[in-house]
Design a protein around this ligand. Structure first.
Ligand code: UTP
Length: 408
């Protein structure tokens, strides 16, 4: 028997169909499905009927970036400030590794992908090697928080353990899981991924702070004296993590967030660019950039919206705590969602067939009171692996790794 409260909830949100196979389930499966229904936030699903709602923007104006020449001038001071903060234990890194990596198409978590050619070199290993450069420079380890999701947690944790964390001390590594969100068809009806389980997908990388907090790790971080979190994506194998110069520049400029950016290749390059929106820092997506904004010039005569974000941010913890209750926009993203069809058989679609619901870390920038866009050299710090071949792929990242002296 399905409990009354579960029935009511499904009725309220028009999701009664998820009980279609209920009678075929074992007692354990029935309990598990009821629990999943109770725990799932169905209030967000109405967004499926208005999928572009997150796109509306305020008034956009330029946000000056700290460019390479300015960084060069302040280098020694920034580095000193950054190294001191790291030595004092004020900086930690947060690896966002909860994504599904569907474009890369590997069954394993993305970090387990081997980019080596003549020897093994995993994405996780590249990231830890990059962290070790700073460990040597600052002569101290710093904490690493790793966000996984229900879909890849066990595999990620056991892989890293088996590889002995690629030489990083275990006591400095802390895992936490992000939340999941239901995945629906284009009418907002939740798919079943098994007869007794609703389809779910990680709820986007914007939930990292809340998930870290719910896991009890924010309290720990504060106990350890951490003041800054350097958030970074799993798939950029060249990125500098807890980069002392970046940390120092953000601190010296009294900003509550720093954002690493690269100069755009072309005015219409498909990256989100830094700007002010209604006077607060923000990121405008390439598809939101009007021709007028694309061609606007700053006082130096350079394009005014010329710096794209690379998902490497340094957030001040007090500021994160200040905004934690503010809601982030919900992004409704088209996706291939495996589901149980009318005949009770599992279908793995070749094309997107529904929506997943995500919060994005880039929207957190707009919650911050100040932001320092900090230019980095693309060829030295940006080698994202999104696809197997072509743009932002294993192939292009290998070339960039080689060019930076990494043996493959
Ligand atoms: P992407 O936007 O590239 O998504 O994530 P993805 O899931 O890895 O790959 P596709 O789109 O399915 O091919 C950017 C970063 O945010 C993390 C990813 O792990 C990656 O480091 N992420 C993404 C999360 O941690 N959780 C999410 O829910 C989504």
């Amino acid at each position: 028997m399905v409990s009354e409260s579960v029935k009511e909830k499904l009725k309220e949100y028009g999701q009664e169909h998820v009980l279609k196979y209920f009678d075929e389930l074992s007692e354990v499966e029935k309990k598990a499905l009821e629990k999943q229904i109770e725990e799932t936030d169905m209030s967000i699903l109405a967004a499926a009927l208005n999928p572009d709602q997150a796109a509306s923007k305020g008034v956009i104006s330029p946000l000056p970036c700290m460019e390479l020449d300015e960084i060069e001038k302040g280098l020694e001071s920034f580095k000193q400030t950054g190294i001191s903060a790291i030595k004092e234990g004020k900086v930690a890194a947060v690896l966002l590794a909860g994504g599904m990596g569907t474009r890369l198409g590997s069954d394993n978590p993305k970090g387990m992908y081997n980019v080596g050619i003549t020897h093994e070199l995993y994405i996780f290993e590249c990231l830890i090697n990059n962290m070790m450069d700073v460990v040597k420079e600052a002569d101290t380890y710093f904490h690493l928080f790793v966000m996984t999701s229900e879909k890849n947690h066990e595999t990620t944790v056991s892989f890293l353990k088996e590889k002995n964390y690629f030489g990083y001390p275990e006591e400095y590594i802390h895992f936490f899981k992000q939340e999941m969100a239901a995945a629906t068809d284009y009418n907002g009806k939740i798919y079943l991924e098994e007869k007794g389980r609703m389809a779910t997908s990680p709820n986007g990388n914007g939930g990292w702070f809340i998930s870290l907090m719910r896991a009890g790790l924010l309290d720990k971080a504060k106990e350890w004296g951490i003041e800054w979190f350097n958030i970074f994506a799993v798939d950029n194998v060249l990125q500098r993590i807890a980069d002392p110069v970046f940390v120092g520049a953000t601190i010296e400029k009294n900003c509550v967030v720093g954002a690493k950016v690269v100069r755009k290749n072309a005015p219409d390059e498909k990256v989100g660019v830094m700007c002010l929106e209604d006077g607060r820092p923000s990121i405008v997506e390439y598809y939101e950039l009007t021709d007028e904004l694309m061609n606007a010039k700053d006082e130096k005569g350079d394009p005014a919206y010329n710096f794209g974000v690379i998902l490497n941010y340094l957030f001040n913890i007090s500021e994160l705590e200040r905004v934690v209750r503010e809601e982030l926009p919900l992004h409704v993203v088209k996706k291939k969602i495996p589901y149980i069809d009318e005949k009770g058989e599992l279908v793995k679609p070749e094309e997107p067939n529904g929506y997943k619901f995500e919060n994005l870390v880039l929207d957190m920038i707009h919650q911050m009171s100040s932001c320092l866009p900090f230019e980095v050299v693309r060829e030295k710090e940006f080698a994202p692996i999104k696809n197997k071949t072509g743009v932002d792929s294993v192939e292009s990242a290998r070339e960039l790794l080689k060019a930076n002296g990494v043996a493959l």
